[in-house]
Design a protein. Structure first.
Length: 332
């Protein structure tokens, strides 16, 4: 049984979206229609992951149709994650899957020149719906964040195959991309009715707040994923890397990671306090300013939602033998 530390969490719980049940029903129908649940084991894996529960906490006021779309994307992303985290690392397979998925961004003509399969076809459907009405700046930011997420799997496959594991500081930067939540911050703008201006996205306070939120969510996930990561020898986990590189005992390694989590919270709060002065300095006013301020509140809510989601979800609370049950490998 994993003995958890006492976590610092000052952000308040904002509840569940009442449309969670509707979004979950739409998610199951979409997964079935796209061939993403080929076996009972695949279905059970998604059931234990509870994507609708996570997004209902992330976006408690999203319209039902928006919550359904975001939940479908999250379910798809978890399926992609399981393809690379559970099965033996294979750099060549990673490269082929990433290449096929990335072609979706360039349109149908590019997709037709690539191998296809359920993962690619489902992503093409999601991208068409997610990008509808979004600005060019938003589309560019989302693509960059998604590609950064995909590429972490390739780096991990190579690192695991060669035994060249990152030191902790390098890993922390890697984890911010690998947890994939930058892209969820992007698509969650749809739920908030936002499309951040590029000059807002690049403000130091906004970037610092995003980075600290991402790192918190990734390191917090590492603690809850520790039993299953250890069971399969997957060492891309902050606790396991501290043990591997520095021979820290488990309790000390957990305490170090928990201290990092607390520091992330303080960084988020400090960045939020700096933002009004940066908006003044950049002469960002009107709707762009209001959107920036609202977005930082959203980021705090996401971190609290992620905090609650993990200790309520069988994917992270089941013993490893159940948490690691999975179906087959998708081909592209």
């Amino acid at each position: 049984m994993l003995e958890l530390p006492t976590f610092y969490m000052p952000f308040r719980d904002q509840g569940l979206n009442p449309a969670a049940g509707e979004a979950e029903a739409a998610m199951w129908a979409w997964l079935e229609s796209n061939g993403l649940l080929p076996t009972p084991a695949d279905r059970h894996r998604v059931e234990r992951t509870r994507p609708a529960s996570m997004y209902a906490r992330w976006c408690p006021q999203a319209a039902p149709e928006v919550l359904s779309l975001l939940t479908q994307y999250l379910a798809w992303a978890f399926i992609v994650d399981d393809q690379f985290d559970i099965h033996a690392p294979d750099p060549h397979r990673c490269r082929d899957v990433i290449t096929a998925l990335d072609a979706v961004f360039d349109g149908p003509g590019h997709i037709s020149g690539q191998p296809s399969g359920p993962l690619v076809e489902a992503f093409a459907d999601l991208w068409q719906r997610l990008s509808a009405g979004r600005s060019a700046g938003w589309c560019q930011a989302f693509r960059a964040d998604v590609r950064a997420w995909w590429c972490t799997y390739y780096r991990e496959a190579v690192g695991s195959s060669t035994g060249q594991l990152p030191q902790l500081e390098e890993y922390r930067a890697h984890r911010r991309e690998g947890v994939g939540l930058y892209m969820f911050m992007d698509i969650s703008e749809i739920a908030s009715g936002l499309d951040l201006a590029p000059e807002v996205r690049h403000l130091p306070a906004v970037r610092d707040l995003r980075d600290a939120a991402e790192e918190h969510m990734g390191l917090y996930n590492d603690i809850y994923s520790l039993p299953s990561d250890e069971a399969v020898g997957y060492l891309y986990n902050a606790v396991l890397l501290l043990e591997h590189h520095h021979q820290h005992p488990r309790r000390q390694a957990m305490r170090i990671v928990n201290d990092m989590l607390t520091a992330c919270i303080h960084r988020m709060c400090a960045a939020q306090q700096r933002l009004p002065a940066e908006l003044d300095a950049a002469r960002i006013t009107g709707q762009a300013r209001a959107d920036a301020l609202r977005t930082t509140d959203d980021y705090l809510r996401y971190v609290r939602a992620n905090f609650d989601y993990h200790h309520q979800t069988p994917r992270y609370t089941n013993p490893p033998e159940r948490a690691l049950e999975h179906g087959g490998v998708f081909t592209v």
